[in-house]
Structures are given as C-alpha cells and as structure tokens.
Design a protein around this ligand. Structure first.
Ligand code: FE2
Ligand code: FE2
Length: 157
C-alpha cells in the first residue's frame, strides 16, 4: 500500500481553534499514523496492541479534557457530545477484549482500523460542531449582527 493512501496529514481545516485541544488532536493523528504504519507493515500483535492501548489511554484523557472545556464554554450539545465519547469508549473496550482473544492477524488488523476510523470520524464530525459553535461565539461580526437583529426586533414592537 502506498503511504499516501493511509497517512493522515494535519491541516488547518482540522483545527478547532483551541491550542490545547488542537495539540491533543495532532497527537492523536500522529498516533493513528503510527498504528496504520504498524498494520500496513504487518508488525507483530504485541506491537499493534501496545499502540492501540496507548491510543485508547490518550483518547480517554482527551475526552475527559474536552468535556471539561465544553462545560466551561457552555456548549449547548455538551451532554450529547459526552454521551458520544462514552459510547466510543464502550466500543473500544469491547473491541480491545476481542482483539486480545483474536489470533488471526487479519482480524485484529481490521479491529485496529475500525477503532481508528471511529476516532477519526468523531474528530471530523462531532468535534467540528463545537469548533463552529466557538467560531460563532467569538466572531464579533456575528455579535454585531445579533445586536442589530435585537434592535430591529425592538423597533418593530
Ligand atoms: Fe469529542
Ligand atoms: Fe476531540
């Protein structure tokens, strides 16, 4: 497999605009690439297992950190977002258990890829929603627009 087919490259389009969260997401992308590389190169099961363990440990810490910030920012969908994190962790734990029992390399390679895909999807879809929320909150133009709307609606009364 060509490297460009599986490697994820960090770009500004993945940034949520919060340096501490971007840093963790960047670390996550690096971890995903490391895991993919190990799978593509057919490394031994303990190597892939160690990388998966590390990725899940970091994901768990990252989820906790992100949820604390979502509360601080008063993100309206914070409860639903936290529920998605919890659901992902349950899926990971189940896959890790199956992974430990699987002998056939093809099976555990697929499980590794499945976990990775779930995490990438969460970053691309769910985390981008709070990025948009923060952007709207911090964009002065939008605030002006809202003020004008309020003024207009008051004038209309
Ligand atoms: Fe998240
Ligand atoms: Fe995240």
């Amino acid at each position: 497999m060509n490297e460009s087919e599986w490697k994820i490259h960090w770009s500004n389009s993945l940034s949520v605009g919060v340096p501490e969260i971007d840093e963790e997401h960047q670390q996550f992308v690096a971890r995903v690439n490391e895991l993919n590389e190990a799978i593509v190169e057919c490394r031994d099961k303990p190597t892939v297992e160690r990388l998966l363990d590390l990725m899940l440990m970091e994901a768990s810490h990252h989820f906790w950190h992100e949820e604390r910030l979502l509360v601080k920012w008063k993100y309206p969908q914070r409860a639903a977002h936290a529920a998605k994190h919890a659901q992902l962790m349950r899926q990971f734990e189940r896959v890790m258990k199956e992974f430990e029992q699987a002998d056939i390399s093809f099976t555990w390679a697929l499980k590794g890829l499945h976990i990775k895909q779930l995490l990438v999807d969460h970053l691309l879809h769910d985390d981008m929603k709070f990025r948009d929320f923060l952007r709207n909150k911090e964009n002065p133009k939008q605030r002006v627009d809202k003020t004008q709307v309020r003024k207009r609606s008051r004038a209309a009364v």
